[in-house]
Design a protein around this ligand. Sequence first.
Ligand SMILES: Cc1cc2nc3c(=O)[nH]c(=O)nc-3n(C[C@H](O)[C@H](O)[C@H](O)COP(=O)(O)OP(=O)(O)OC[C@H]3O[C@@H](n4cnc5c(N)ncnc54)[C@H](O)[C@@H]3O)c2cc1C
Length: 519
Amino acid sequence: MEAEQTWDDECDVLVVGSGGGALTGAYTAAREGLSVILAEADDCFGGTTAYSGGGMWFPNNAVLRRAGGTDTPEDARTYYRAVVGDRTPVELQDAYLENGAKLVDYLETDDDFAFQVLPWPDYFGSAPRASDTGRHIVMKPVQPEALGDLRDTLRPTLGVERAGEPLPDLVAGGQALIGRHLLALSRRDNAELRTNTCCEELVREGDTITGAVVSQDGVRRRVRAHRGVLVASGGFERNEAMRKEYDVPGTSRDTLGPATNQGKAIRAGIDIGADVDLMSEAWWSPGLTHPDGTSTFSLWFTGGIFVDDNGERFVNESRAYDRIGRDVIDRIDAGTVTLPFWMVYDDRDGERPPVRSTSVPMGETDAYRDAGLWVSADTLDELATRIGVPADRLASTVARFNEFAAAGRDDDFQRGDEAYDRSFAGGGSPLVPLETGPFHAAAFGISDLGTKGGLRTDAHARVLDRDGAVINGLYAAGNSQAAVSGTVYPGGGNPIGSCMVFSHLAALDMAGRDGGGRA
Ligand SMILES: Cc1cc2nc3c(=O)[nH]c(=O)nc-3n(C[C@H](O)[C@H](O)[C@H](O)COP(=O)(O)OP(=O)(O)OC[C@H]3O[C@@H](n4cnc5c(N)ncnc54)[C@H](O)[C@@H]3O)c2cc1C
């Protein structure tokens, strides 16, 4: 847009959003002495990050090393290169790989931040230098009293928001990650955090972004940002039109991102000439379908097999959720899977599906049964008829799978071969035979944790234009940034880990450190 003459607010750094991709940037900028305004469109802080497990993939960091980890930067680089390939620039990959551990050091000098190891195997266990225990840490939980009134400003968990559960007694996972940042920021008088403040446009003067137009409680305000604007406003997963425009599989109904993740600031970047990449990509997952019609991110399967339209297995059901999601999308494209697809399981643990983590808690069994989402039958033949797959194929699929379970080896899809596959089976085989009737089936769809295509940046998180030149004063991180991981999900903690690293680097650049930033 054309620059107008007046500004309503001024700061050094305007941060757009308040998830992991924004708060680390806001914190770093404030700690480096810059004045910060943070604009959050919703009425609470935290975004998808507050819903999340809060895992961070930072190879070779001090927390892992203190716990006896023997990872090396070289091993991490070998692994990351092997799984991401050359889909994203090497400099971007190296920036992530090298700066996660440094960021942990930086945060650990502030008592408001404390970390602990949460072992979580890398998602491509057969790739070179994959780690069986992972490169994964989380923030230590916080007692609610430590947050005081700040807890009221923190987005609650999905269980609270979507299933009416009470607030948990302990602030943990992504809640702890956001809560600790809010606490640290509350101690700095040079950071102002605003809710109900949506970034609508970016202001470009010549080749420089000088600020943004926000809508604050419905009132238009022009915010001048002397050092730059950091767009860390998540993805566009809730914007159905934008999903269609960029061919993102799945629907806005089945994403886990908050309703405000509409991609407005990504669009504002495009409007002032920014380049984008990876726009059809998301962090995928199979999603258990609920009676309200949503299918939500599910993992930790303690049994069951997925079958396609022909009653045949088509995937290693114990591999990481993003890999399963991509397999399902490929089968949909190939015409062999129609949604919903079915998880078939036996009665050893009863009628409820053997799914231990559904992100949105499962409701009452009757509601799923009444909606036709959970189906039971005394025999496999009858079950096949009820879910619309050929009975003879389902019978032979189950018979073959039971042979694999007896042998402890899956010759078709190698379920159990990698460390992640075994992580929810106590390290043992995840192959559980289907032999105890009645038999059951549960409907699944495709869910996502958010889109991961966005503004293309360099290794300092500086946004590039369509000729590849840096746009002065514009930065992007998190799901607003074209993901460093490209078309794969290398390991738990990659989304948040990369959010935090690139927002930190953006803030350092704006502070004039690491050779970047503007005077
Ligand atoms: C159940 C679940 C568990 C997960 N667990 C993990 C995990 O353990 N580790 C991991 O790495 N990843 C995990 N993920 C994925 C991860 O949470 C997200 O990819 C990541 O948090 C996205 O962070 P972000 O900062 O980019 O966006 P978000 O956290 O979504 O924050 C974006 C914020 O920007 C705001 N916003 C949007 N548009 C505007 C605008 N125009 N102006 C102002 N504000 C705006 C939104 O309201 C929102 O608050 C999980 C996801 C889910 C759903």
